[in-house]
Design a protein around this ligand. Structure first.
Ligand SMILES: NC(=O)c1ccc[n+]([C@@H]2O[C@H](COP(=O)([O-])OP(=O)(O)OC[C@H]3O[C@@H](n4cnc5c(N)ncnc54)[C@H](O)[C@@H]3O)[C@@H](O)[C@H]2O)c1
Length: 396
């Protein structure tokens, strides 16, 4: 095992700070098993944010150029948390320099770039360098519990999946243009939040084989140019100028998974829903649903109940459920677990793999770049379906 592991985060925006906080907390989950984690560098081209983030989360330094992280001898593990179109250059540079990488979803902006990254990951892994993608919702206890109910057979045969990821960060016309609004159809709401729902649906319902009914809509076609830096979904001041929105505010599609059919609907203009990720699985023996708005509970309905009291019951998640017992400092039912916490489990899983802990004694491994490519193949099939007026398109 390494004597210590030095970590860096490239991108100090909305999700970058979650990665920084997660590396800080990763050692506090579960019994001590990791070597000392050194919080070494935050890399961000925007100096004020990068240096503030380094100070805030206790990292030793801020650098503006990611190449300084690639070249640094004291850094072993790097999270790449920048705009999707920047992932390829930075990730491939880091892997070539022998750094273990955790890349944010979606793996890249285009399938071609994602496939190149997966190729680079294969070359790197041959010499022991680990490349993983952050499918953070796979760490959600509620989603893992629904998968357990399916695996245990308690929901019977899975018949139908429904997923909705509604956000409203783009619902105001004064939300300024940023990288999120630029790119081809499919790189908007679908790439941003639909990428999460795609892998969640496949985790619960098996691989997607075919999609159909692809539909995109851009509800707000022009946005103001910002006065300064846009971080995450921030608004702030705007100039008089505007820029066109080139990708989807709204997307929907149907899918045929290995175990059932389903539908997915995503939006960044769902006013009143800052972050509503909802999944429902309907089976011959019962049903279960989970939403990010109440992430510490799952609603379960089982057909074996007396008919006069049949219906959904609310289960408070706790140590009886996956990703919980022995992990969090306050290890009790009903305490709650939120989206920031998923990043801590994710960071811990990566660090356990880098530290050489056997898989059987570790959290479920982070997913590979090949999984990231597959996830983008699903999104690309949706885009093709939309271009073909909703026609059925095979995945892959
Ligand atoms: N897993 C999740 O829940 C989740 C949530 C949000 C975002 N994300 C993903 O994280 C990534 C980043 O999204 P975000 O919302 O944090 O973006 P953001 O726009 O808030 O932040 C990006 C940061 O990158 C910096 N940056 C730009 N170019 C750079 C460069 N060349 N080198 C270093 N830094 C650079 C910017 O200054 C900015 O601070 C995306 O891939 C997104 O899909 C994941």
């Amino acid at each position: 095992m390494n004597a210590s592991i030095g970590v860096a985060v490239i991108g100090a925006g909305m999700a970058g700070k979650a990665h920084a906080a997660a590396y800080r907390a990763a050692s506090t989950l579960y019994a001590p098993a990791l070597p000392p984690i050194r919080l070494v560098a935050i890399g961000d081209v925007f100096e004020p944010l990068g240096s503030e983030t380094a100070q805030r989360f206790g990292f030793e330094r801020h650098v503006a150029d990611w190449r300084d992280i690639a070249a640094a001898d004291d850094i072993d593990v790097v999270s790449v948390v920048v705009a999707n179109s920047l992932h390829r250059e930075i990730v491939e540079g880091l892997l070539a320099a022998g750094k273990h990488v955790l890349c944010e979803k979606p793996l890249s902006d285009t399938l071609e770039n994602a496939r190149s990254m997966a190729e680079a990951a294969r070359r790197a892994e041959a010499s022991g360098t680990i490349a993983r993608i952050g499918f953070s919702y796979l760490r959600a206890p509620g989603i893992a519990f629904i998968r357990q109910l399916i695996d245990d057979g308690r929901l019977g045969e899975v018949l139908h999946f429904s997923g909705r990821y509604w956000t409203d960060y783009g619902s105001r016309t004064d939300a300024p243009i940023s990288w999120r609004y630029q790119g081809p159809n499919g790189s908007g709401a679908l790439g941003d939040v639909g990428s999460h729902l795609g892998y969640i649906a496949e985790f619960l319902c098996g691989p997607a084989r075919e999609v159909s009914g692809g539909r995109f809509h851009t509800a707000i076609t022009e946005r103001p140019k910002p006065l300064g830096q846009v971080v995450g979904h921030s608004r702030g001041g705007a100039t008089d100028g505007t820029a066109p929105v080139t990708n989807d505010d709204y997307a929907s599609f149907n899918a045929e998974f290995a175990h059932c059919v389903g539908s997915i609907e995503v939006s960044r203009v769902a006013t009143g829903h800052p972050n509503t990720c909802t999944v429902e699985v309907f089976g011959s023996g019962g049903a279960a649903r989970w939403s990010q708005t109440n992430p510490a509970q799952v609603e379960v309905m089982l057909n074996d109940e007396h008919a006069d009291v049949a219906g959904f019951r609310t289960v408070a998640l706790g140590p009886a459920h996956p990703h919980y017992a022995g992990g969090w400092a306050m290890d009790a039912p009903g305490v709650g677990i939120g989206q920031n916490d998923l990043f801590v489990h994710q960071a811990r899983a990566l660090l356990e793999e880098v530290a050489g802990l056997p898989a059987a004694q570790s959290l479920p491994r982070c997913r590979t770049f090949d999984d990231g490519v597959h996830s983008m193949e699903v999104l690309a099939a949706v885009a093709e379906s939309a271009r073909a007026g909703g026609a059925a398109v095979a995945v892959g």
